[in-house]
Design a protein around this ligand. Structure first.
Ligand code: ADP
Ligand code: ZN
Length: 525
């Protein structure tokens, strides 16, 4: 990637100062703007709050011609256009909310070269007449906002984005720039491929959000855990994510009954109701939005102080996206994730019922999410590692693990050795579930048939529940004492695991979750 020539950078800084009142670039902004000024296609990946919009807005102001911005939501466009106009940048949106008269006005302004940016939804841009119109217009650049919508590997695939691949052919001289907060490499590559970008600069920012404090907990009673944080952050803005609409309604109602200003948000509500609830949240007339994943894209509320996941999201991509809505102002914010093994079962059920069935990629993402939840390594590290990045410091000081809040068992070595011995006794030919059952001393017939009830390790951990043992196995996998091999996830010892059998190393294993009414209470979907 090339740095801009000094005079270009100076010009960008001048625009930043003049229109936005900022004195410097945020990380990667200079590079991203540089690609735009140099008319080189680019994919820019910055976390939420990283300042993506300015990456094309500032160049749009500096360059001749009109910048075309593709954006998926009318509400998003409106916010952006309002903000630009407030800064004195001439901008408009073309969408279905315009009257024919208004649309003519915008077209007229464009013809007269009065606008620097125009926001447009993909399906509208791709309409023949619109395309023809813009072909007659001198364009400075094309920016694709929320570009992950083009990828079915992303968390918000939108079929209408797929059509954008024709842009390069229709506007051969105009550079195309894609922007997203989605961290996964596969999605990043897919964006470049789908758009047919020409040798794009890939500008990938750091995904770590040091101001977010991550905590993961297995609750005995979810609602009580939700309430605890809500009460701690009373009067501040927060989002509570639930898996199902029903849970959203129930939780929102229960919070209101306790006197909190909470509103529901999900796809089952009318458009009108959703907008009203969202606006109430933005205008601080409500403190809490209880929502399904449907909520949040383009919510530019910088002072969200906490995000609670009352259930496990179906992928780390979703988790990062949703928890990332907290603390956009850079100040400390809390992210609490509550999960139980049931969550994964609920998700599998939903996926199987869904349009595409449970495809392998979705199941893999779900499994990774489960590993993340069961893990006992630094949450910040686990997240950035998942997205192929490293973390500099050993102790982030901002997660339950690094803050020493985990409830760890007192003698992890002995416990782990028992589990590893059992894996050896089973000739490293069985999976996590079966191994845990043998350790728990289950009287399942398969165990008897295979004669494993006569192993010395059979029932070695019979004082613990199968689910607890199962979790320790996952934790040992997470810490690389064990690995899962092959199609069936057969457990095998790693080098580190063998060393542990000889007494070297200290795994971290958490105390079993409290036995609550959780499993019963959540029995229904
Ligand atoms: P994203 O789209 O990446 O989530 P935004 O473009 O909404 O982020 O920017 C997040 C916040 O950072 C906005 O309030 C924006 O005005 C601010 N911002 C952007 N660039 C700068 C900068 N160079 N200096 C200071 N603040 C900035
Ligand atoms: Zn940490």
């Amino acid at each position: 990637q090339v740095a801009s020539p000094p005079h270009v950078e100076a010009q960008l800084l001048e625009a930043l100062r003049r229109y936005w009142g900022y004195d410097s670039f945020l990380p990667l902004q200079a590079e991203a703007m540089g690609a735009t000024m140099a008319r080189q296609d680019s994919v820019v990946v910055l976390p939420t709050g990283g300042g993506k919009s300015l990456c094309y807005q500032a160049p749009a102001v500096c360059r001749e011609g009109l910048a075309l911005v593709v954006s998926p939501l009318i509400s998003l466009m409106k916010d952006q256009v309002d903000a630009l106009q407030a800064c004195g940048v001439p901008a408009a949106a073309i969408n279905s909310t315009l009257t024919p008269g208004e649309r003519r006005d915008v077209a007229e302004q464009i013809r007269r070269g009065e606008l620097k940016l125009v926001y447009v939804a993909p399906e509208r841009l791709l309409a023949e007449r619109t395309l023809e119109f813009f072909k007659q217009t001198p364009l400075s650049l094309i920016a694709i906002d929320e570009a992950h919508c083009i990828s079915q590997w992303g968390h918000d695939f939108r079929p209408e984005y797929r059509g954008l691949k024709i842009l390069k052919a229709h506007f051969p001289g105009v550079s195309v720039h894609a922007y997203t907060a989605t961290a996964s490499e596969r999605v990043q590559r897919d964006i470049a491929d789908q758009l047919g970008l020409h040798q794009p600069q890939m500008l990938i920012g750091s995904f770590d959000r040091p101001n977010l404090i991550f905590r993961i907990r297995r609750p005995a009673n979810r609602f009580a855990d939700v309430c605890q944080l809500v009460e701690q952050r009373k009067g501040e803005a927060g989002i509570v994510y639930c898996i199902s609409r029903k849970e959203v309604d129930k939780t929102a109602e229960a919070l209101r009954a306790l006197g909190y200003r909470a509103l529901p948000y999900h796809a089952g509500l009318s458009d009108d109701q959703r907008h009203r609830n969202q606006d109430a949240f933005l205008d601080e007339k409500a403190d809490i939005v209880v929502a399904t994943v449907a909520f949040g894209m383009g919510i530019d509320k910088s002072n969200v102080r906490y995000v609670i996941h009352a259930g496990m999201p179906k992928s780390l991509e979703h988790y990062v996206q949703e928890s990332g809505r907290a603390g956009r102002d850079g100040l400390e914010a809390d992210c609490l994730l509550l999960y139980s093994g049931r969550d994964a079962i609920v998700w599998r059920g939903l996926m199987e019922k869904g349009e595409n069935g449970a495809d392998a990629a979705a199941l893999q993402s779900l499994a990774a999410m489960e590993r993340f939840c069961g893990g006992v390594t630094c949450r910040h590290r686990a997240i950035v590692n998942y997205f192929g990045q490293e973390l500099d410091n050993d102790n982030c000081g901002a997660c339950d693990v690094c803050l020493g809040e985990l409830n760890l068992v007192d003698e992890p070595v002995v416990l782990a050795q028992k589990i590893l011995s059992c894996v050896i006794r089973l000739d490293q030919r069985f999976g996590a579930d079966y191994t845990s059952k043998v350790l728990a001393g289950s009287n399942e017939s398969r165990i008897r048939e295979l004669g494993h009830d006569s192993l010395s390790t059979y029932g070695l951990l019979s004082e613990h529940r199968h689910s607890a043992i199962r979790e320790w196995v996952e934790q040992l996998v997470g810490q690389a004492y064990l690995r899962k091999a092959g199609e069936y996830g057969t457990l095998e010892l790693t080098e580190t695991g063998r060393a542990l059998l000889k007494g070297q190393g200290t795994p971290q294993l958490t105390k079993p979750a409290p036995v609550g009414r959780e499993s019963k209470a959540r029995g229904g979907k």
